[in-house]
Design a protein around this ligand. Sequence first.
Ligand SMILES: *Cc1c(COP(=O)(O)O)cnc(C)c1O
Length: 380
Amino acid sequence: MPLIPYGRHQIDRSDIDAVVDVLQSDWLTTGAKIGEFEAALARYTGASQAVAVSSGTAALHCAAYSVGIEPGDEVIVPAITFAATANCVIALGGKPVIVDVEPDTLLIDMGSVETHITSRTRAIIAVDYAGQPCDYTALRALADKHNISLISDACHALGARFEEKSVGQLADATVFSFHPVKHITTGEGGAIVTDDPELASRMRRFRNHGIDADLHQRSNAGTWFYEVVDLGFNYRLTDFQCALGLSQLEKIEQWISRRRNIARQYDRAFGTIDAIQPLAVKKDGRHVYHLYVVQVNRSGSLKSRAELFSALRDKGIGVNVHYIPLNLHPYYQNHLGARNGQCPVAETAYENILSLPIFPAMSDADVDYIVETIAQLMNR
Ligand SMILES: *Cc1c(COP(=O)(O)O)cnc(C)c1O
């Protein structure tokens, strides 16, 4: 039986044509498409600057570097996220401080953030887990109070809104990923958006070996001269990837509508199955459902999460688990002194969470099949 995956990209004729056009041009990289893609991302998110890079991981590295994370600095990150959120800090010699999440949304817990701020704290990286924005009013207030930077890892949340602002306007720098499971794809790819021109130019240098962009342009005008003025790497995104991203971005609103529609169908169905509890959704925002996550309540003879996971896989439903809390991974235990029991809410949630399939091309029949299969398994 073919597996219904938990997420899947969608590529149409216009995407293919856009890529082929660039492949037949003179500029495979560092051409005009990068500026067009960045302008489109800035327009869509409402930020003044966008910097496209080769992955979401590279985008996090750029953002953490540009706000000035240095050896010895502490950066607060939530336990429920992907490893890259913490690794960008370690790459700069800093220390990720892993804090707990709220039990109903699995978003970073503000009380835990506050108690972990020290004189060495330089930034918070908030994660808009599953596609739901964090409380940026509270995060902003805390960041301002302690004079630290606020980075948003919005790899799940392109197109989301908190109150009346879109994700991209809520932090000092906001990071997106264009991996195929995310909202739009460039194969691999990522971007940072910001309203701060100084941060943006630092990130542009960081993605291109620390070379001063203006001098580089002068060198194009006929001299051999360039200067490395800062640390940097090759984190550039190719022009054919940018062309794909531009073409994908045109479709994002219809894709988000479809994701939200699928989520409503799940919400209705699970309203009648006590053992399945979808994560809570806050009122003042727009959740864009990169993931649809439920908690499986173990009680009586009901199946555990592990049993449900295997039973659904056997029935062709590609459920997954996002995420193993950071503090449980051996690397962070050995390198940072993270330990079991450090984030009790995240660790308890981890025992019970399941990500159900959700992606724009999924049919209503797929949704019905998943819901009926879960109902049968949990009621038996
Ligand atoms: C996908 C993802 C990343 C990394 O993005 P890549 O493009 O795969 O490098 C970072 N953080 C979160 C929360 C993600 O989901």
